[in-house]
Design a protein around this ligand. Structure first.
Ligand SMILES: Nc1nc2c(ncn2[C@@H]2O[C@H](COP(=O)(O)OP(=O)(O)OP(=O)(O)O)[C@@H](O)[C@H]2O)c(=O)[nH]1
Ligand SMILES: [Mg+2]
Length: 276
């Protein structure tokens, strides 16, 4: 990893856990007992400081305002002594939804897409709707159902695929071969899923079309699970155990082979080093 190729394009709609992961990651980098640790002064920490304060109290942080976009720059070093400047953004997730809805990518986002060699897609499966189809809702149930003024919505899978297609197009990747670029899907809030399956299996079960799209578009995509908090927290009530033990005692990553690791820096280290 060198300084020029360490920006991460973090793509995640609202409520997927970008801010909480950022805050937990920052804490781990500062503590310095993982694969990556902080190696100098970080800048633009404000969005994560508020979230870290809430977590210290055993509470969840608040939603990031829609218009916010802050690039926080973290100089990091890995256990092998390789250094990098990690650019970790925090933004209101509605910006992502607006791009899909309007099919327009603001210039600032276009520049980020082009500049970032590594892409990290955060997905919270509990938050995605899977549309009814002939298997989940047989035709006989639809017989006689009101069909005239039904609102037609694009499914979550289709919307996410379209978004990724837009970003791939903007990045200038025109090859018909699978892309060699670094791409990682992080299935966030893994604790909510209550499963022992592998992350790739869970994605294929819940969002099969998106899973196929990822597998056919990137040569070496990685699919990991992430539970940045390890358990649900509320922005209103305190979790006394969480506050007493400290947020750094919580959170884990599920690697592609199903192994659980408490080192939350692992997905980033793998992504920056060789594609996770
Ligand atoms: N159970 C569980 N909940 C989590 C976890 N990580 C985040 N959450 C919750 O998910 C919600 C959304 O998390 P945020 O980090 O605010 O999401 P965001 O992607 O920054 O959302 P925007 O700021 O709206 O773009 C919060 O209520 C968190 O408490 C986790 O690992 N497990
Ligand atoms: Mg946020």
């Amino acid at each position: 990893m060198s300084v020029s190729d360490t920006s991460i394009l973090l793509v995640g709609e609202s409520g997927v856990g970008k801010t909480h992961y950022g805050a937990q990651l920052l804490k781990r980098l500062m503590k310095g007992d993982g694969q990556l640790r902080m190696n100098g002064a970080a800048t633009n920490l404000e969005p994560f400081e508020a979230a870290m304060d809430s977590l210290n109290e055993g509470m969840a942080a608040h939603h990031t305002p829609t218009t916010t976009y802050v690039d926080s720059v973290w100089p990091v070093i890995d256990v092998g002594g390789r250094t990098a400047e990690l650019v970790w953004p925090d933004y209101g997730g509605e910006q992502i939804k607006a791009m899909s809805a309007t099919r327009r990518v603001p210039v600032a986002w276009r520049d980020r897409v082009i500049a970032a060699p590594a892409w990290l897609l955060l997905l919270r499966l509990q938050q995605t709707r899977v549309s009814d189809d002939i298997l989940s809702r047989p035709l006989r149930e639809l017989k006689g159902a009101e069909g005239n003024n039904r609102e037609v919505q694009v499914s979550d899978q289709a919307r996410l695929i379209e978004l990724m297609q837009m970003l791939v197009y903007i990045s200038g990747a025109t090859s018909h071969e699978p892309l060699q670029s670094k791409f990682c899907v992080l299935l966030s809030c893994w604790d909510e899923l209550d499963t022992d399956e592998l992350p790739a299996t869970v994605l294929a079960q819940r969002l099969p079309m998106l899973s196929s799209y990822v597998a056919s578009t990137w040569a070496k995509p990685s699919i990991l699970g992430l539970s940045a908090l390890e358990r649900p927290l509320s922005p209103h009530g305190r979790d006394a155990v969480y506050a007493a033990r400290g947020p750094e005692q919580f959170g884990y990553v599920v690697l592609p082979d199903g192994t659980r690791k408490t080192d939350l820096t692992l997905p980033i280290q793998l992504l920056l080093a060789n594609g996770c």
